[in-house]
Design a protein around this ligand. Structure first.
Ligand SMILES: *[C@@H]1O[C@H](CO)[C@@H](O)[C@H](O)[C@H]1NC(C)=O
Ligand SMILES: *[C@@H]1O[C@H](CO)[C@@H](O)[C@H](O)[C@H]1NC(C)=O
Length: 331
């Protein structure tokens, strides 16, 4: 029997359309739109001894052309969820380093709906470290957003010429911030830049080898997905230690959609799409207990978010100039 070429062609076409529709459906079901900020989320607490007194955060950065200009050298944004166990050591290290530089800085703690008193703990720590009021700003989110949402919130209300987000667990040696700063300061004036803390140089060291087989297996699976779905130039996309100059903050974060896992990938994707200078910079890192990510439990969610994020930009479901634009949302 001769092969019916037309039939085959039609079958392939149908298959193609069905697959496309299924992917579009997937994107549509899992796409994410961050909820608008509540009025409480535009306020912060500080260690001025006036309990329950709040101050307004600087207005949200909406685009490359607007927003307040930088009034400090470095903003450090720390997303926190139930971090009373780990935050203290991290802050000791961070403030120790920051004091050793001549930089003016602010520390923005974004409490992502903790229930263990992380907010009060951070303020007490600021007193203990003798930080002048308003150096540390504690912002409480009314409802949990996820780490990406917390980081985005903090960065969009930051005032630094440079801004770092750093995990509360203190897994990265804080003084390595120096190398990230050096990279960003060397960029030509007026260019946007991202310095990506990276553990890629540690792949064969004890910290990684000691992990269980299943953990490493899932890690490699995710790395492969990240590679396939877009970020090829960056080996370690997930390290919680990334620094941005103000132009990069304004170009990337108003457009963020992903608030949970793998938001880092959307950050880098937005950097790539807009041609922002990005460089991976080796940092010292050690595994710290008490991680809230359970790779076995969360890897499906991560994989879905990853694929959906990439496809959403391809299909135009996610677009630049869409998120964080309160003017637009009101229309
Ligand atoms: C956060 O801390 C509160 C109070 O200690 C506890 O009830 C809650 O289960 C914790 N949440 C997680 C996810 O650990
Ligand atoms: C926000 O939306 C308004 C109205 O559509 C538009 O004029 C403006 O350029 C947008 N800004 C950003 C940052 O997307």
């Amino acid at each position: 029997m001769p092969i019916n070429v037309t039939g085959l062609f039609v079958a392939l076409l149908v298959l193609w359309v069905v697959a496309g529709a299924a992917l579009y459906g997937l994107v549509f079901i899992f796409k994410h739109q961050p909820r608008p900020e509540t009025s409480n989320e535009k306020l912060y607490y500080t260690n001025d001894g006036l309990e329950d007194t709040t101050y307004s955060l600087p207005s949200r950065l909406l685009s490359i052309t607007d927003g307040p200009s930088a009034t400090t050298d470095l903003s450090v944004v720390i997303p926190c969820y139930n971090e009373t166990e780990r935050l203290g050591k991290m802050l000791d290290e961070a403030v120790g380093y920051l004091r050793s530089t001549r930089l003016k800085y602010e520390i923005i703690i974004v409490d992502d709906g903790s229930q263990d008193g992380t907010d009060k703990y951070a303020l007490n720590k600021a007193v203990e470290l003798k930080l002048a009021p308003h150096i540390m700003k504690v912002v409480k989110l009314d409802h949990n957003r996820g780490k990406g949402g917390a980081v985005t919130h903090g960065l969009l209300h930051s005032l630094g010429k440079l801004a770092l987000f750093a995990d509360a667990d203190g897994a990265t040696q804080f003084s390595d911030a120096e190398h990230l700063i050096t990279y960003l300061q060397k960029l030509p004036e007026d260019s946007a830049g991202v310095a990506i803390g990276s553990r890629a140089h540690m792949v064969n060291t004890e910290a990684v080898v000691k992990r269980s087989f299943i953990r490493n297996f899932l890690m490699y699976g995710l790395h492969t997905l990240v590679y396939v779905f877009g970020i090829r130039d960056v080996q370690d996309t997930q390290c919680g230690f990334k620094m941005f100059n103000r132009k990069a903050v304004k170009m990337i974060f108003p457009h963020m959609h992903t608030e949970r896992w793998i938001f880092d990938v959307e950050v880098l994707l937005l950097g790539e799409i807009q041609g922002i200078s990005m460089r991976e910079i080796a940092v010292n890192w050690q595994e710290i207990g008490g991680s809230k990510i359970d790779l076995a439990r969360d890897s499906i969610g991560m994989a879905i978010d990853l694929v959906v994020t990439r496809l959403a930009y391809i299909f135009g479901v996610y677009r630049l100039d869409e998120c964080g634009n309160e003017t637009k949302k009101k229309e």
